[in-house]
Write a protein of this length. Structure first.
Length: 365
């Protein structure tokens, strides 16, 4: 596909994305304004919390780098301090097991239940949060924006998620019917639409040789590097000497060339739409001494399209399963001892990201 075609395709995808967001926003507004209790849009935003915070601290200790090329020389590898800048607004009812330990929101709170299919109460809930952070000299951006409306017999949700650590980024919308087993357990089934970069696409596939090695020198030359075979020197696209030995060329420069090439090709490609069937459940039981909150969303079937960058190209036209799971468990065995387990796990397009915490508390009486 030509670069012009890619640009036009990218513009078209952006138009689709904006149009889809507008449609979903209309659905949410109608849902909140036409509620059976006559809830107005103003009431929908009542009790929402806006927050922003800055936090920081020292990173790993500076490291001394020694060189003997021109006598003993010492350089100091400095790592800048870590920081986090968080800004957001949220309106999500807390479950019985959730306690506000702090007076203020500062963006560092970890609420696994935000990922559940339904909230504690019916109606409109939302979260918009962005976190700019630097950790051990590397910059990351985490974003989570979602709108969710829960009715007695249906659920609608739209979300944009970017996890800088996991290197995953996508937009997802879903519309589901709810089936109530009892007051604690409900099932849901519906459809989901996702927009993401073409995960599974391998930009290096055309450069792989029959022996499974990479024709890296040809790739580097295509990217503008030049090689002086006679003198064993290697130059960057700007004409700068970057290596004067094969070892430096292969161990230092080539990895940078491959990394830059993969990043460039990923950015050139248009986003891909995924249309899937989604099924899930939510279970919530709470008492003062024992609670369980569990949920799951599974996408076992996906609509096959003729997009050349579809994930079906990776699976060789076979279906695959994407899913997200969550569990929050707590048990106060007696007045002194309590145990807890909290976590969530996601797998989309063979990309996995998860976090958890487990432990016990013992109070000496």
């Amino acid at each position: 596909m030509s670069s012009e075609g890619l640009n036009n395709c990218g513009k078209y995808r952006k138009f689709e994305f904006v149009l889809y967001c507008l449609i979903m926003l209309v659905v949410f507004i109608l849902g909140t304004t036409l509620d059976a209790k006559g809830q107005t849009l103003k009431k929908t935003f009542k009790y929402a919390t806006f927050y922003t915070a800055f936090s920081g601290g020292n990173s790993v200790a500076d490291d001394n780098i020694y060189s003997v090329t021109n006598g003993l020389q010492t350089d100091v590898l400095e790592t800048p301090f870590d920081y986090s800048i968080t800004a957001g607004v949220r309106k999500i009812a807390r479950f019985g097991y959730e306690n506000r330990a702090s007076v203020f929101y500062d963006g560092t709170e970890k609420s696994y239940s935000d990922a559940a299919n339904i909230g504690k109460v019916k109606g409109f809930e939302f979260l918009f949060e962005a976190d700019w952070r630097r950790q051990q000299g590397r910059n990351f951006l985490d974003q989570d924006y979602f709108l969710r409306y829960v009715a007695k017999n249906w659920i609608a949700k739209v979300e944009y998620l970017q996890d800088g650590f996991a290197d995953v980024q996508y937009f997802e919308g879903s519309q589901r019917f709810r089936l109530h087993a009892n007051d604690r357990l409900s099932f849901n089934i519906g459809v989901a639409q996702r927009i993401s970069e073409p995960y599974g696409y391998n930009p290096l596939e055309q450069w792989v040789l029959s022996n499974n090695n990479i024709h890296y020198t040809s790739l580097a030359i295509q990217e503008g590097y030049t090689v002086d075979v006679q003198n064993g020197e290697y130059f960057s696209p700007d004409g700068e000497l970057v290596a004067n030995s094969v070892d430096v060329w292969e161990q230092v420069i080539i990895p940078e060339v491959i990394n830059d090439y993969v990043g460039k090709k990923r950015n050139e490609l248009p986003n891909v739409w995924n249309y899937s069937v989604v099924v899930g459940y939510d279970y919530y039981k709470y008492s003062k001494d024992f609670w369980v909150h569990s949920w799951a969303s599974v996408m076992p079937y996906h609509l096959k399209t003729d997009n050349e960058f579809s994930f079906f190209e990776t699976t060789e036209d076979e279906q695959w399963t994407d899913y997200g799971l969550g569990l929050i468990f707590g048990w106060r065995l007696n007045k002194s001892l309590g145990v807890f387990l909290e976590g969530k796990y996601n797998k989309y397009w063979n990309r996995e990201w998860h976090d958890f915490s487990v432990g016990l508390n013992y109070v000496i009486l």
